[in-house]
Design a protein around this ligand. Sequence first.
Ligand SMILES: Nc1ncnc2c1ncn2[C@@H]1O[C@H](COP(=O)(O)OP(=O)(O)OP(=O)(O)O)[C@@H](O)[C@H]1O
Ligand SMILES: [Mg+2]
Length: 335
Amino acid sequence: MIELHHLNKTYQVDGRQVTALQDIQLQIPAGQIFGIIGRSGAGKSTLLRTLNLLERPDQGRVLIDGIDATALDQAGLRTLRQQIGMVFQHFNLLAHRTVAANIRFALELAGELDASAMAARVAELLALVGLTEQAQQYPAQLSGGQKQRVGIARALANQPKLLLCDEATSALDPQTTQAILQLLLDINERLGLTIVLITHEMAVVRAICDRVAVIDGGSIVEQGTVVDVFLHPQHAASRNMVAEDGHAAVLDLAGKLHSVAGKLLRLTFVDAATYEPVIAEVGQQLASPINILQGSVGRIKDRPYGQLIVGLQGDVSAAQAAFASRGVRCEALAA
Ligand SMILES: Nc1ncnc2c1ncn2[C@@H]1O[C@H](COP(=O)(O)OP(=O)(O)OP(=O)(O)O)[C@@H](O)[C@H]1O
Ligand SMILES: [Mg+2]
């Protein structure tokens, strides 16, 4: 478990103060995949880098499994950093070393294994990320996805408890992104590793994150399960990001449609309710037709969801009760 308590960070730029982090309070449960989203300059990278103290906060505490990382001396910090792997957008591989030697580099730095133990560990990591056949190739001979697999293997070399990913898939095409996300999910499940990732791609969060925090202007403005934040964003910054995604949280069409469609409701289906003929049933029960105006369906990690805007001629509270009894959240939209 990682706990951030009242973190503040200010940079001096040309005699000006730039606030990068403001009173950050965050808890990241062990074993989860935790996403941090926010627009460019919001403070995502700064926040991620405070987790391994690459960036030292001006104020506040970083607790990792109860240990205050901000209070550690150099030796303590070195030990802590070995338990934290990091993956970067542009891979940061050593061009003159082979794939195997890039991965071995992390083991050499730690200096804990002899040559044969290192070779065995490198072979294990190559198999884990699916690069056994590329072991003797150089980074220039690899695709972007393969380079990122090397980056992930290197980050995992010293068996960290925590993996930090800064835009790990942002330089990759959609198909390669999916493959790398599957690898991260697999690592999370197989090794029980906690993953904190920052991304500007909402699809990444929907695909693999359990929880998400939204950072805006250096402050956390919203956090929760991905299902809650993506289907019911509360803060304007979260709404904008999720709306740009165009997938969830169907846009409010109330103004345009009210006159023709009757009262507007937003329905949110999650899990089992997604598969039931709820609209038809409630329409029959209320003896008034329900008109579907807009909708999106999809998956958040392994949970199916649907979100619809419907028009209703009948009684709103009766409809809300009927939907609620079938496990569907129903909100009346203001005209
Ligand atoms: N080393 C630094 N010196 C001065 N200012 C910095 C430094 N690092 C970050 N900043 C400033 O702090 C703020 C937050 O930057 P940060 O890199 O954390 O944003 P970000 O959310 O990661 O953005 P992006 O999505 O573009 O990567 C920005 O205003 C940035 O200019
Ligand atoms: Mg950044």
